[in-house]
Write a protein that binds this ligand. Structure first.
Ligand SMILES: *Cc1c(COP(=O)(O)O)cnc(C)c1O
Length: 374
């Protein structure tokens, strides 16, 4: 079926979110860390997949971790009764009332947040769960080891239910400092004797540092079937599935003569007479403008006799369109379906050809692209 057969959508570019792939990926993570509970990280509109789709596919998670109270509110409004963690905690003291009403767990990473929480008087509800964040070497958020234990004792005295938390800077690569081993050593030393559940691993640690998981793991990127390293080959054996497919259509075809140039700046020169396909999809849709010639685009099987073929980008990506070399797809025509990323073309591969990582591309999917779930 042609994508534009959906009568609500005229321009053919559409992102489809495969909720079964969400379920599959969550199941794979449970197999990798059967002893841990799972915070499904759905910040940034579930890494561009929409909170709605993530909620549908990840309902069996133990909790959702996010940044914005509005998203916590959305989950409660739609019936989520389980736990919600605010990954950066309170941005202001005023938020505390809503946090309590929405029954959120809080990360606490700064002295200021401790003071706000200590000032809560006459609260008689359920103890609030705090994930106290240790800066074990990443030097972004969290208490330095020398201050961590004091913060722990103050919040404990104020009646909060405490957990230990830290975040790894290099769980995806062995040779960089601080290593997971160094950060774990700092974590173990600092928290020694302070009994509390822990939350340690992000996606990369879940795959490659099984001794550094903690009672609550915090997978983000793996839930979406994208590689924590930026290299798709690194997760192939772990059998994660791409959750987002970004598809569009060929909206026009040009017959070039040898020596003709394509697009802005004339970056590509035709080495022979050839056809190029013009696709509805450009940087205003979230496709990276930096994509080099050779970046893969998949052209649907229906028009290529077989499994579909990869046709490389030729010429600079523009705001609303991009252009591909159709020499490998002689039957491709106007209306042929293409995949810009998804199961046929890993978003990691597009990212690598554009000087970035899959995380950035999925998060940057533009508002104007309709998101459907299946
Ligand atoms: C975003 C985030 C994660 C998830 O990281 P991935 O690499 O996507 O698995 C985990 N923990 C914290 C604190 C985060 O901010």
């Amino acid at each position: 079926m042609s994508l534009s057969a959906n009568r609500f959508i005229s321009r053919p570019i559409v992102a489809t979110i495969h909720t079964d792939a969400f379920r599959h990926n969550l199941g794979r993570i449970r197999e990798l860390a059967p002893e841990s509970k799972i915070w499904s990280v759905v910040k940034a509109k579930a890494y561009g997949h929409s909170l709605e789709a993530a909620f549908k596919g990840l309902e069996s998670t133990d909790g959702f971790a996010l940044l914005d109270l509005a998203d916590a509110q959305w989950l409660r409004d739609h019936g989520w009764e389980g736990r919600i963690l605010l990954l950066e905690g309170l941005f202001s003291q005023q938020e505390l009332e809503r946090v309590i009403r929405l029954r959120c767990d809080l990360v606490v990473h700064s002295e200021k947040q401790v003071v706000w929480l200590e000032s809560l008087k006459n609260y008689s509800g359920h103890p609030i769960n705090i994930f106290l964040k240790l800066n074990s070497g990443m030097n972004r958020l969290g208490f330095r080891p020398a201050e961590y234990r004091t913060a722990f004792h103050r919040l404990h005295a104020a009646g909060y239910h405490l957990h230990h938390m830290t975040h790894f800077a290099n769980a995806d690569q062995v040779e960089r400092s601080p290593s997971v081993g160094e950060q774990m050593e700092c974590f173990n030393q600092t928290t020694e004797g302070l009994e509390a559940p822990s939350s340690l691993a992000n996606s990369a640690a879940i795959l490659w540092h099984r001794n550094a998981l903690g009672d609550w793991i915090r997978p983000g990127i793996l839930l979406y079937g994208v590689s924590p390293t930026g290299v798709h080959a690194d997760i192939v054996r772990s059998e994660f599935q791409a959750v987002m497919s970004l598809r569009s259509e060929i909206i026009d075809i040009q017959n070039l003569k040898k020596g003709d140039y394509v697009g802005y700046g004339g970056r590509y020169e035709a080495p022979e007479d050839m056809r190029i396909g013009v696709i509805a999809g450009g940087y205003a849709d979230g496709y990276p403008r930096h994509a080099e010639d050779g970046t893969p685009v998949w052209v649907d099987a229906a028009d290529t006799q077989g499994d579909g073929v990869i046709c490389p980008i030729v010429g600079r990506v523009s705001m609303d369109m991009l252009t591909i070399d159709l020499r490998e797809a002689p039957n491709a025509k106007i209306g042929s379906v293409v995949e810009l990323w998804g199961n046929e073309v890993p978003v990691d591969d597009v990212a690598q050809m554009s000087g970035t990582i899959g995380y950035e591309l999925i998060c940057a999917l533009a508002q104007r692209v309709p998101v459907l779930t299946d």
